[in-house]
Design a protein around this ligand. Structure first.
Ligand code: SAM
Length: 421
């Protein structure tokens, strides 16, 4: 029924320099590329720029003023200066650019242990100053250029995107871009009771919610804060009431933490119309203390599911779909596994990623991005920005997950919260 397609995989991996990375040693997270003094400097700088207001966590972000200030500085983009439409670029491995993931903030109100652990991202952590974060106008301008280069799918992410003020305004702006076939959002679900309606009204069609357990204790342990899982479940209900569909649910599985939640979550999602995806715990960034023995491999997740609720494989819905899909044999729904560790899918990766500060990444495991914000704010034309994006994509040859090899695990990698998964 289910082929055991995954074999043993040797894992380490890594690349070179990014501004914020951490190394976990025997005594916990012990070193990072920017020392504490650098963070303090950044923090002080941010306060100076932002007029004396600090950035304590988990304070919600107020980007609005920065948006207003920067909107007036943005290079004019008139209809007359329409973007020319050159042939969509292919990268060096023949992959086209189909998706853009847009991180709208590096902040999050959760402190998931595998993504943004509280011991690193505490109250004194210097998140990006508002003025360094792209305004909605800037994001929309860049998104339009990506779409002109072949992108059809936009995903808003973070950090936690719903902590960015006035998020529905951005959805409305992105939804209005000609050529966008799919616009979605990944969220922890904590604010959906309040925001699902406005987001749907603004043009969001579907949504993905992260949910790692139905068990309140496990959920709180994984999310690192005192937040009841019932509120996320209520947020998911609100998304349904707002007409967002399909609603996908992503569950990261970490050995010894929540693998016992696999079946309860599957049973809960089954037959409800929710599209559940299990995600192998990945070695993104450096703060989560990733170890291969904490990965619950795809094969094991499927075996657990199949033993309780027999499954059969479903063909991919489209080229480049990251989840391996399965349906319950009794017709009660489907489930998927995203097996970036044990079954990497770099060969079909069509994703580009824009960080909140305007850097373009082509790989979740990249060490560094390409700065789009500086030229954008310096008055670059659409053609110039477009050429920069095209050049980055055309040079792309990354396939980190496929290349995980001994001796590279300590190399720097961007943190997940900076580019949003
Ligand atoms: N805050 C939003 C959320 O919770 O969905 C969006 C950003 S979050 C970084 C995007 C996704 O990445 C979430 O589903 C999260 O569980 C997943 N993620 C973060 N770190 C991960 C890791 N080390 N391995 C696997 N998935 C991870």
């Amino acid at each position: 029924m289910l082929g055991a397609k995954s074999g043993p995989v040797e894992l380490t991996g890594g690349t070179s320099g990014h501004r914020r990375w951490y190394r976990r040693g025997p005594a916990g997270v012990v070193a990072h590329r920017f020392g504490a003094a650098d963070h303090r400097a950044r923090s002080a700088g941010s306060r100076a720029v932002a007029g004396g207001r600090g950035y304590d966590v988990p304070a919600m972000t107020d980007h609005r003023r920065a948006d207003d200030e920067l909107a007036s500085r943005a290079a004019p983009t008139s209809a007359a200066a329409a973007v020319s439409a050159p042939a969509p670029p292919l990268d060096r491995l023949g992959r086209r650019m189909h998706d853009l993931r847009i991180s709208v903030t590096d902040r999050c109100n959760f402190r998931c242990t595998y993504c943004m652990p509280a011991e690193v991202f505490g109250r004194d952590y210097a998140f990006l100053p508002r003025l360094q974060i792209l305004t909605f106008e800037e994001v929309t301008r860049l998104a339009r250029l990506f779409v002109a280069l072949g992108v059809e799918k936009l995903r808003i992410t973070g950090g936690e995107p719903t902590v960015r003020r006035d998020l529905p305004d951005l959805v409305r702006m992105l939804a209005a871009i000609d050529g966008v076939r799919d616009l979605t959002l990944t969220t922890n679900g904590s604010a959906l009771r309040r925001l699902a309606g406005p987001l749907a009204d603004a043009g969001l069609r579907r949504i993905t919610v992260s949910l790692d357990s139905l068990d309140d204790d496990v959920f709180r342990r994984m999310t690192g804060i005192d937040f009841p899982v019932s509120r996320v479940l209520d947020g998911i209900a609100a998304a349904g009431e707002a007409g967002l569909a399909p609603i996908k649910v992503n569950m990261v599985v970490r050995r010894g933490v929540n693998e016992d939640s696999i079946l309860p979550v599957a049973r809960w999602a089954r037959g409800s119309g929710l599209v559940l995806r299990f995600i192998e715990f990945m070695d993104v960034g450096h703060t989560n203390g990733w170890r291969m023995d904490e990965v619950v491999p795809r094969a094991e997740i499927l075996a657990r599911l199949d033993a309780a609720m027999p499954l059969e494989a479903v063909p991919a819905a489209y080229a480049g779909e990251v989840a391996d899909r399965f349906r319950y044999r009794d017709g009660s729904g489907e489930v998927g596994v995203i097996a970036s560790v044990t079954r990497p899918f770099c060969g079909s990766c069509t994703r580009s990623r824009l960080s909140a500060e305007g850097e373009l990444y082509t790989c979740l495991f990249a060490a560094a991005g390409t700065d789009l914000k500086t030229p954008l704010r310096a008055g670059a034309t659409d053609d110039e920005l477009s050429e920069r994006i095209r050049a980055v994509w055309a040079l792309r040859a990354d396939r980190y997950s496929e290349l995980r090899a001994a001796g590279t695990a300590d190399g720097p990698r961007v943190e997940m919260f900076a580019i949003g998964g």
